[in-house]
Design a protein around this ligand. Structure first.
Ligand SMILES: Cc1cc2nc3c(=O)[nH]c(=O)nc-3n(C[C@H](O)[C@H](O)[C@H](O)COP(=O)(O)OP(=O)(O)OC[C@H]3O[C@@H](n4cnc5c(N)ncnc54)[C@H](O)[C@@H]3O)c2cc1C
Length: 345
């Protein structure tokens, strides 16, 4: 277990200046447990972090930030499937590349999503028509107090849109330590979204989908290495059909996606854009001018700038459309996570 400085700036993709009392790198389960015990003894708050690509630090963190760096990828197979057992600290995009390099298809639509493999189940990462849940076989979760690892099946993870049990019952006091993926050898391309629909399902290769997804993402999304951001700031809201109909009677081109439960999912980025907020800035924080769903650290933004902008955008969308957007990004205050909606109310 190694400890380093106390600055969190390079450890969150928003690149916001914040400090922790202590930063610990944990390379295995024992080091995670030791870090937890040490924080308990010091009566300090404890925060697990992957690559910090889905968090907003509201202020300095008063305790230990523990970076999950458990590595390792092992590959086995049965007649029909490839089985990957992956350490939580592996980088997600590297795993996608590893699979392609081993001629294993099925992860290519999820290329270039930042963050660690162990964080992927938490919000059931998704992009271009695929969510983690469709390839996840199990998640190994460590009870930090008891020192015991439990394997949850995909069904037990209770995956939903940007949802899982790891945001609820298995949140505080638990660490994801590895993830099992199951990829079918009989591959079927998913070409329903964006430029992918232009590809020929008969001849397309996983590599072509990967290249196309990377190109679309690089064209549309700001690179956190250049411009701080945490990806989509808000979730796409699901509303009753009557609400969607009312809006689309005024805006006939509004994108809308019917859900199995009868609700209609709307594009949060479209709502922000229609509220006239593309490029809108408060202090050093701004709404991205290509993708309105992304808030960026444009020019040395403070946490307060991002928070004020996030509130402004949420209020403006509510005023125009009567829809309250919910942040997808996790808000971290001095003693731990706080309710993001509450922090913007
Ligand atoms: C440019 C950009 C594009 C993005 N695009 C997408 C996208 O297309 N689809 C999508 O779904 N997401 C997207 N995201 C969001 C982000 O990539 C994912 O949420 C990712 O899974 C976060 O991984 P992380 O390791 O950075 O998590 P972190 O931000 O480090 O942590 C997120 C939360 O998980 C907790 N946590 C971290 N590790 C563990 C662990 N091992 N055990 C238990 N809890 C833990 C943390 O405490 C925190 O609450 C994007 C982000 C960026 C910056």
């Amino acid at each position: 277990m190694s400890t380093g400085g106390t600055s969190l700036q390079s450890l969150n993709t928003f690149s916001l200046a914040a400090d922790a009392a202590e930063i610990i790198h944990a390379q295995n389960v024992e080091q995670l447990i030791a870090a937890w015990k040490s924080a308990q003894e010091k009566q300090q708050p404890f925060l697990l972090l992957g690559e910090g690509s889905n968090v907003l630090f509201l202020e300095d963190f008063a305790g230990s930030v523990v970076l999950n760096r458990i590595k390792g990828i092992s590959l086995t197979e049965n007649a029909d499937e490839w089985l990957l057992h992956v350490g939580a600290g592996e980088n997600w995009h590297h795993l996608v590349c590893y699979a392609l390099d081993h001629n294993i298809a099925g992860l290519e639509n999820l290329a270039l999503i930042p963050g660690c493999v162990g964080s992927a189940p938490i919000q059931n990462i998704g992009a271009y028509g695929i969510e983690l849940q469709s390839v996840c076989e199990y998640v190994d979760v460590l009870d930090l107090q008891a020192g015991k690892v439990t394997r949850l099946t995909s069904a037990e993870c209770q995956f939903g849109y940007r949802e899982s049990i790891f945001k609820h019952a298995y949140k505080d006091g638990y660490a994801i330590v590895s993830v099992g993926l199951k990829l079918k050898k009989h591959w079927q391309p998913k070409l329903t979204y964006g430029d992918l629909s232009r590809l020929d399902p008969e001849t397309v290769t996983p590599r072509e989908i990967f290249d196309s997804v990377c190109a679309m993402r690089q064209n549309k999304l700001p690179d956190p290495a250049v411009t701080g951001n945490a990806g989509s700031f808000y979730k796409n809201p699901a509303v009753d059909a009557s609400v969607a109909e009312k809006i689309s009677s005024v805006y006939p081109t509004m994108p809308s996606y019917p859900q199995a439960n009868g609700q209609i999912k709307l594009a949060a980025g479209w709502l922000v854009e229609q509220a006239g907020l593309k490029g809108f800035a408060i202090g050093g924080a701004a709404v991205h001018d290509k993708q309105a769903l992304v808030l960026i650290n444009k020019d040395h933004a403070s946490s307060a700038d991002v928070r004020a902008l996030a509130k402004y955008v949420r209020d403006a969308v509510a005023e125009k459309f009567g829809i309250w957007l919910e942040p997808e990004v996790r808000f971290i205050a001095g003693n731990g996570e706080v309710n993001a909606v509450g922090a913007l109310s």
